[in-house]
Design a protein around this ligand. Structure first.
Ligand SMILES: [Zn+2]
Ligand SMILES: [Zn+2]
Ligand SMILES: [Zn+2]
Length: 164
């Protein structure tokens, strides 16, 4: 389609459904290979645990307790997702993501990371990564919070983790 130089695209362009076939088909294949029910959010629970609840609004509910995560971020694909129902009670081994992965592995299942592990502190290249909940002051929390992050051990210790 050619347009004269002074035409305003916002006025003249016909609206269309702007989903690229190649990207969409690629994503459909990804979903077939990695169903959302087995994709694990950084909060340690399946992506499908996150939904709208009439009483409390949008949230994550992997067990009979609420998880405050409201921004699902798939980071791990689980060979068996039934182990991802625990609540975080600290960083590292006490975080729900580690509790899920390790209890799954202990039962003989494996999984794979859906993103490259990296400390969220900008520019940090330390390779020993853990997951943790941060509180509203961006310090390590011993309770579930909406802010789940990956940190290297050093930064986790600097942000208040006392043992990992
Ligand atoms: Zn959760
Ligand atoms: Zn989540
Ligand atoms: Zn770091």
């Amino acid at each position: 389609m050619t347009m004269s130089p002074d035409s305003n695209p916002a006025e003249s362009a016909q609206a269309f459904f702007a989903v690229d076939d190649e990207a969409a088909f690629g994503y459909l294949e990804h979903l077939e290979q990695y169903p959302r029910s087995k994709q694990i959010c950084i909060c340690g629970h399946t992506i499908t645990s996150h939904r709208f609840f009439p009483s409390s609004g949008y949230g994550c509910k992997p067990n009979n307790q609420d998880c405050p995560c409201t921004r699902p971020r798939p980071v791990f694909f689980a060979g068996n997702a039934r182990f991802f129902k625990r609540s975080s009670h600290g960083p590292g081994k006490k975080h729900a993501l580690a509790l899920g992965i390790k209890s799954m592995e202990k039962a003989g299942f494996s999984g794979e990371w859906l993103e490259l592990l990296a400390c969220q502190v900008e520019g940090c290249k330390n390779p020993e990564i853990i997951s943790a909940c941060l509180n509203s002051q961006s310090l390590i929390s011993a309770y579930p919070t909406p802010n789940n992050v990956f940190l290297c051990r050093e930064h986790a210790l600097a942000m208040g983790a006392n043992r990992l």
